[in-house]
Design a protein around this ligand. Structure first.
Ligand code: 4AD
Length: 455
């Protein structure tokens, strides 16, 4: 019979075990370290416990033997418990693998926070066959998983890369408000709330505010939440999403397209050059090929012809005609067939918002662009903006928008108007494309969609 309840002694007074985060462990072969983390995996055997420890920065394999597995803590230990330990960092033996190529030979450890076991054990709560709505209720636990963690890590790297590329282009970051009293993309998807007795909305887009910052800061961008009261459940619609928007001044439509294409390609290149992100992309999306420049540019009118030539019909089975909105399913079918990013340009004026600049050559169409990518569809929407005051006023009128609340936006055309344009990119959609996620819900920390604002 093994002795139970051995008491280990922490020699912390000696201070030679260096307190460190897990990411730096591989550089510390031959030294003694002190680690804290969650028990990500636990394999208790007769003479050894194999633990994969996780601290949010990395995973490290730890081996407990001898007295280390004869403590009360060892008997009770569960997955997702937090533990603290000291031990030597060794290279793994020839032919074996472990994260970072190292393992810790533990000489002292203790449980800091014991995770529930038995019926309530972590492993039992999220299984492959767990109902999606229960899974959604348990998002806070799902986030601890390797896939969710990887997606969130690339998300952070993606935002960093965009900020870097904007900085390199001298585009300045601003933070527009989320609480607003005007709409940008039409009234049907506005979330309304009571603002000290007045009507206010959660922003759908920061575009109009970005436009007002041009005379002050020049080219500007923001990474801000946008809100859409989407009344359907699709795999690419959220009620709250992270909207990366930029507004560029003294440009023409062609410059806008080149900018969008350049940003996307440079950001993808940066992520592929980053060892952590590229490893995750390789794991989650092994078939990913970085897009080739230039992107295919497809006029809306040619897209309608393409749909008809390829028998991609409308939902009711009829053919598309010029002026039709291209619905999500048709758009995706076309994009998947073409199987590379497409810049769909020149949408009909009547399908688009009040602010879009018309094409000189065909005034019923606009200098607008959607970037479509395989698997997801639209990830970017942008356009040149009306610069002329009278034309803007006509735009309000056409869309039945009262002009008073927009006085500050109208003023841009009164005090030194200029050609300008911009775009919005859905961060979750971009990630869903890059990491081959089935739905944008996987790409948001706590996704919100119709009926879901918990946790
Ligand atoms: O095409 P949208 O509606 O364009 C605008 O809001 C412009 N005012 C942006 C601008 O020019 N500054 O939205 C832009 C992008 C879409 O291409 C899509 O990627 C994303 O925002 N998006 C959503 N993402 C997730 N869930 C939703 N409900 C989304 N609605 C739009």
């Amino acid at each position: 019979e093994e002795a139970k309840g051995v008491v280990l002694v922490d020699d912390s007074s000696k201070g030679e075990a260096k307190r460190t985060k897990l990411f730096s462990v591989p550089e510390l072969v031959g030294s003694r370290v002190r680690l804290q983390g969650w028990v990500h995996r636990l394999r208790p055997q007769k003479t050894n416990y194999f633990i994969v420890l996780r601290d949010g920065t990395a995973f490290v394999q730890c081996i407990l033997t001898g007295d280390c597995i004869r403590t009360i803590d060892a008997l009770d230990l569960t997955v997702e418990s937090t533990i603290e330990l000291t031990g030597m960092v060794n290279k793994v033996k020839e032919g074996q693998t472990a994260p970072g190529g190292v393992e810790i030979t533990v000489d002292w450890w203790k449980t800091v926070g014991l995770a529930a076991g038995g019926e309530d054990a972590f492993e039992g709560r999220l299984r492959a066959d767990t109902d999606p709505s229960i899974r959604a209720d348990l998002r806070h636990l799902e986030l601890r998983g390797e896939t969710a963690t990887s997606v969130m890590r690339v998300r952070a790297a993606l935002l960093r890369a965009f900020r870097e590329r904007f900085h390199a282009r001298r585009v300045t970051e601003v933070t527009p408000p989320c609480m607003v009293q005007t709409s940008v993309e039409g009234g049907s998807t506005l979330f309304e709330f009571d603002y000290y007795g007045a009507k206010a909305y959660l922003t759908q887009s920061s575009q109009l505010y970005l436009e007002t910052a041009l005379p002050s800061l020049g080219d500007v961008y923001c990474i801000q939440e946008s809100f859409r009261a989407e009344k359907s459940l699709t795999r690419r619609h959220l009620s709250e999403y992270t909207h990366l928007e930029a507004e560029l001044v003294f440009i023409e439509f062609k410059d806008l397209l080149d900018h969008i294409e350049g940003m996307i390609c440079e950001v993808v290149d940066m992520l592929l050059a980053d060892p952590v992100s590229s490893e995750i992309i390789k794991t989650l999306n092994p078939d990913f090929v970085p897009p080739q420049r230039p992107f295919m540019r497809l006029d809306y009118r040619d897209a309608i012809a393409y749909l008809n030539e390829h028998n991609i019909t409308k939902e009711d089975g009829s053919q598309h005609v010029i002026g039709d909105d291209i619905a999500e399913a048709a758009e995706r079918k076309m994009t998947d067939q073409i199987n590379r990013p497409i810049m769909l340009i020149h949408f009909p004026k009547l399908l688009k918002s009040f602010y879009m600049k018309a094409l000189d050559s065909a005034p019923d169409f606009t200098e607008s662009v959607d970037v479509l990518v395989p698997g997801v569809g639209e990830v970017v929407g942008g356009s040149m903006r009306i610069s002329d005051l009278q034309e803007l006023l006509a735009g309000y009128k056409r869309e039945g928008i009262p002009m008073e609340p927009y006085y500050w936006f109208t003023d841009q055309r009164k005090y030194g108007t200029t050609e300008h344009g911009g775009y919005g990119l859905g961060v979750e959609r971009f990630l869903a494309w890059l990491l081959a996620r089935y739905t944008v819900r996987e790409c948001s920390l706590y996704p919100r969609w119709m009926g879901r604002a918990t946790p």
